[in-house]
Design a binder for this molecule. Structure first.
Ligand SMILES: NC(=O)c1ccc[n+]([C@@H]2O[C@H](COP(=O)([O-])OP(=O)(O)OC[C@H]3O[C@@H](n4cnc5c(N)ncnc54)[C@H](O)[C@@H]3O)[C@@H](O)[C@H]2O)c1
Ligand SMILES: [Zn+2]
Length: 676
């Protein structure tokens, strides 16, 4: 195997074990020789995980490849600690060939440590030692001379020099604990480095287990234990919209919820108040979790209203504290404050909400706080948890190199950070709408009659960070509430609501039964009323505006035979648009509709009999029906589900920010259905 392939295999093994490192945390490297295509001579190279990326899923393209002689020569021009950041730009002049990932800040450590294979990892057990008040003594005790201690220092060229010097001075050492941060291990072969990494992690875990206190988080607090599952999920859903407004004062965030036992147990114990206030330590952790979480200081039994009132007070305090933290440590060239809202909100008895610019970021922030809980448990078991100082946290959080990384991120998609619920989205027009909204960056909840179909449609859009499928009959108040709750628990909120579920019976007045009438009106008029009502409560609580879109129909204005129940209920939906636009405007909620016509392709309505009937009426083969409709239109074009989806997207973007109460025809031009 080539050196790079070997390194990838080791990295993937290490990165896929959550005991070993957090998501996207840590980096690995290997040194080796290859033929230099310029000279035909051997050249010593360093392969190292580049900036960003995750060890568990690392591929060769995620590696930076550098000339070892040139990276090491940087020691000669290193200008000293206060200018160490300049070395990152210098790495670019040591690259071997083009392609590969950008070298990360940790490159110096990998290059300077004199070992062919180096792993830098963030294991919870290792960070427990790294954040223990007497971590240096404990490291000596637990690992003997095999693992050395390195005092906290912000990652960079100097840390690389420090570790290299400590390795040189401790030839028997297989690695180090990096104070406040994580571990680094090395070996002369890839297997040896991996075995050494795992030995440090296992030894740390065993030491904590055998030597640590039994109840590091203290005794159980009366009334702070986890509520029964149904109750805590209901309370989480009832709080979610308000919590999102708290997390989104400065910029709109997506949320992620977990009621994992590790979280509810932490919140049930006496020490969670003191430890919560200390915040996280590993730089990777607090860049996502913010320096500390917002912790509700009420028992599990607190009512939703009391919780909200108290959360508002705590939020105001959180913002004041965060501003004070910024003001205390910012220098004239610090980047501007990035928002003062919490990224982690902890609710005793219920669980944790975590926030980020999208679902993946929000979910990972939550995972990192769980890492931090594990770190605190370990550190408190063997000592006292003692994270790096606020001043050092600030130097990481507002590091110009971090800011540069943020600036390099691609611009967010138009609907990034927005959460959509589309009814009837397992098929036809609804599915096209869900697909478009997801492609534009929204998180999507697909609600439809059949759970499997809804989940299959969601899976087509990507994993559960993008879309989830739920079973809901929109005629049922409970089902509708459950699908809104599903949006709240999966993504933390709701912004875009599309009333699309529907069906068409197409019968003459005399053929239409009361059951036909009721079915049409229950699914479309009543169903969209129920969805809009449940959603509007969330939109109002969130204070982030939002959009409600009705997929009405050309038939809401066009009068033709054999359509009494369908067209009457479409007219009802169309007037709901105007009524709700009038009522919800004061909350910044826009309500608009779309009048499609003749969408044959992909439509379940057409394929389940109605299309055949219409085709018979017009005397054309069923598969020609789309074309037949097209030639009747002013533009002569066939209307596709995607055309309707495009209109939904446009309504939900900032470009139509001043439009409410409107219907957009998507019918290729039908003069008889012109709005006036
Ligand atoms: N196809 C057209 O030409 C056309 C024209 C104008 C308006 N529309 C409207 O567009 C919407 C979508 O129609 P389509 O053509 O994509 O049809 P479709 O049959 O392909 O999709 C409708 C979806 O709604 C779901 N649904 C039905 N009853 C439901 C209920 N009670 N609860 C939850 N989900 C339910 C169905 O399971 C299906 O997945 C409908 O409201 C329809 O009236 C369609
Ligand atoms: Zn690190």
């Amino acid at each position: 195997m080539t050196t790079a392939a070997d390194l990838i295999a080791r990295s993937n093994r290490l990165g896929s074990d959550p005991r070993v490192t957090n998501y996207a945390g840590g980096n690995t490297s290997a040194k080796g020789s290859e033929t230099d295509p310029v000279t035909g001579e051997p050249v010593e190279l360093l392969w190292v995980k580049g900036s960003g990326g995750d060890l568990g899923t690392l591929k060769e393209a995620g590696l930076a490849v550098l000339r070892l002689d040139r990276v090491r020569a940087l020691k000669n021009v290193y200008p000293g600690l206060d200018r160490e950041d300049e070395m990152v730009a210098a790495f670019d002049y040591t690259l071997h060939g083009t392609g590969g990932a950008a070298p990360s800040i940790d490159t110096a450590m990998h290059a300077l440590v004199d070992a062919d294979h180096v792993d830098h990892l963030h294991p919870d057990s290792g960070i427990a030692f790294a954040t223990a008040a007497d971590g240096e003594q404990l490291t000596a005790k637990a690992f003997g001379g095999r693992v050395a201690w390195v005092d906290w220092r912000r990652p960079g060229f100097q840390l690389g020099l420090d570790i290299a010097a400590i390795k040189a001075a401790n030839p028997e050492a297989i690695g180090v604990i990096l104070g406040g941060h994580g571990i680094t291990a090395w070996g002369s072969t890839s297997d040896e480095a991996e075995a050494n990494s795992l030995w440090i992690i296992d030894t740390a875990e065993k030491y904590i287990e055998t030597e640590g206190r039994a109840d590091p988080f203290g005794t159980l607090l009366d009334g702070y234990g986890a509520l029964p599952e149904a109750e805590r999920r209901a309370k989480a859903a009832a709080l979610a919209a308000h919590l999102r407004s708290i997390a989104s004062t400065d910029r709109t965030q997506v949320g992620s919820f977990t009621d994992a036992e590790v979280v509810t147990d932490f919140l049930a114990r006496t020490e969670h108040v003191r430890l919560g206030a200390l915040g996280t330590s590993c730089p990777d952790h607090f860049l996502r979790t913010k320096v500390k979480p917002l912790v509700l200081d009420l028992p599990a039994s607190a009512s939703v209203d009391d919780s909200i009132a108290r959360l508002d007070e705590l939020h105001a305090q959180y913002r004041t504290d965060y501003q004070a933290y910024y003001d205390a440590y910012a220098t004239p060239d610090s980047p501007a404050i990035r928002g003062a809202d919490p990224a982690i909100i902890l609710i005793p008895g219920v669980g944790m909400f975590s926030y980020g610019a999208n679902k993946q970021t929000a979910r990972v922030a939550g995972e990192f706080y769980i890492n931090a809980i594990n770190v605190m448990r370990g550190a408190e078991a063997i000592s006292t948890y003692s994270p790096i100082s606020d001043e050092e946290k600030f130097r990481i959080e507002y590091w110009s190199l971090e800011e540069a990384k943020l600036k390099r991120m691609p611009a967010p998609k138009p609907l990034a950070g927005r959460i959509a619920l589309v009814t009837g989205a397992a098929s036809g027009i609804g599915k096209a709408i869900a697909t478009r909204l997801a492609a534009e960056g929204a998180c999507v909840v697909i609600a439809d009659l059949d759970l499997e179909k809804a989940q299959a449609a969601a899976a087509e859009l990507g994993g559960t960070d993008v879309a989830i499928g739920v079973r809901a009959n929109v005629t049922s108040e409970d089902d509708v509430q459950a699908s809104v709750d599903a949006a709240l628990l999966a993504f933390g909120g709701l912004d875009l609501v599309v009333n699309n579920a529907g069906l068409s019976l197409s019968k003459s007045l005399l053929e239409t039964t009361v059951a036909d009438w009721d079915l049409q009106h229950n699914v479309m008029a009543k169903g969209s009323f129920l969805v809009s009502r449940a959603a509007a409560k969330v939109l109002i609580d969130q204070k982030l505006g939002g959009d409600i879109v009705y997929i009405s129909s050309k038939n809401s204005v066009f009068a033709g035979p054999n359509n009494i129940a369908y067209s009457a209920t479409k007219a009802d939906q169309a007037h709901q648009v105007r009524l709700l636009a009038a009522e919800l405007g004061e909350y910044g909620v826009k309500v608009n509709g779309i009048n499609p016509d003749g969408v044959v392709r992909g439509s379940g309505i057409f394929s389940s009999g109605w299309g055949a009937k219409r085709a018979a009426v017009y005397g054309v083969p069923e598969e020609e029906l789309g074309k037949y409709y097209a030639q009747r239109t002013l533009l002569g074009r066939e209307v596709l589900p995607e055309n309707v989806a495009n209109a939904v997207f446009v309504l939900c973007t900032g470009d139509l920010s001043h439009t409410t109460g409107l219907h957009i025809p998507v019918d290729a031009g039908v003069a008889a259905a012109f709005l006036r």
